[in-house]
Design a protein around this ligand. Sequence first.
Ligand code: DGL
Length: 281
Amino acid sequence: MPHRPIGIFDSGIGGLTVLSAARRRLPAESFVYLGDTARVPYGTKGPETVLRYAVQAASFLVEQGVKMLVVACNTAASVALPELARRFRLPVVGVIEPGADQACRLTRSGTVGVIGTEGTVASRAYDRAILRRRPRARVLSVPCPLFVPLAEEGWGEHPVAEICAREYLAPLIEAKIDTLVLGCTHYPLLKPVLQRLVGPEVRLVDSAEATAEVMASMLAADDAEFAGDRRGDVVFHVTDLPERFRRVGRPFFGAELDQVETADLATVAGRYSARAGRGLR
Ligand code: DGL
């Protein structure tokens, strides 16, 4: 078990921020990453569609023999986590609970802002996770759809990003949040702009880093961490355009992306939907 890789999936490139945090925290582990680049974005799609895609992506990774499944995509985690945990007999980690947990630890006033895709905000998954831990918290969630293409364009710190962020964050600044959850894989690339706008006293929660911590403690609790002294390797799979993934993904990962392969989820999806028999086709 400890020798098996960890599986991470995302709708595309963004999950590389989670993979990168996980590699820093767990350098000896090997990873299999799947980016569903043929169907990105998930953030503007409905929950049924995202759930179907998430089951297919998870099934692909489970077939690779992974020891843990990490749902790096906030949109997918916000709608699919309970179903994935029910279907697959392995530890399943999403980015929502770790991010909510850290927000509750950091906030003093209890007024927390959450930014994410339209799907994540509509699901209210962060709101529920925060309120479960801190029932008196005041949670304000705002979708910031333009941040995803801006980050992919390499414009995370461009004046255009600042103009958009000023609009999106206005109600959160007005409400005097003291903690801001970056509830989307792409938002860490806008960190300097976001911090500047909300002010230095507001704490930013990077769900990617919080998730890496949870992964480490779950592996330790299950005695499943790789104990040897090595640098683990990573294999990347994408459902479309591996060259674009390599090019656009580099700043998200912070290193070159070697070994990018093209995955066909259709065959995996067919087998699993037949077994599930619950309309997940
Ligand atoms: N990975 C998605 C998320 O974290 C952002 C991109 C998309 O909309 O698919 O919600």
